[in-house]
Write a protein that binds this ligand. Structure first.
Ligand SMILES: [Zn+2]
Length: 142
């Protein structure tokens, strides 16, 4: 058995019964990385830089604590909450934006009343859209 294999075995033995990484930990890590990159563009002794430094440190510690935690029910509950409130809505919205930018045959309007997204064919000139959800009228150019 090679040294590398021993190392891998040791790590997996250590991680046995622990939470490991989940979406919430990944999000914490990536937020920390992004904030750290932003901090690179700031001067070292600026207040914003210090605050960002503090936030990234806290995020990293939180992510590590969650990964090595043995309290699985609590960590799973946190991750489930995060998935429901943040991960899936953001993912759905990003997917929607990508689909809309690829769709050249339709134009999308967001209802100012209820936030519903209304799709209309392009190239019809000035139009009035009636929101199918709340009935509010949207004036726009398709
Ligand atoms: Zn509406």
């Amino acid at each position: 058995m090679g040294l590398w294999q021993k190392f891998i075995n040791g790590v997996s033995r250590f991680m046995y019964g622990r939470n490991g990484y989940d979406q919430l930990s990944l999000a914490l890590l990536w937020t920390a990385v992004v904030l750290n990159v932003v901090r690179l563009f700031l001067s070292v002794d600026s207040v914003v830089g210090l605050v960002l430094n503090f936030i990234t440190t806290v995020l990293l510690i939180l992510a590590l604590l969650r990964m090595f935690s043995r309290n699985l029910p609590q960590r799973r509950a946190e991750n489930a909450w995060f998935l429901q409130k943040i991960w899936w809505p953001v993912k759905g919205r990003l997917g929607g934006i990508r689909r809309q930018s690829q769709d050249k045959d339709h134009k999308y309007f967001t209802c100012p009343g209820c936030g519903a997204i209304c799709r209309v064919p392009r190239g019809k000139g000035k139009i009035v859209i009636t929101c199918p959800r709340c009935g509010r009228q949207i004036h726009g150019k398709s």
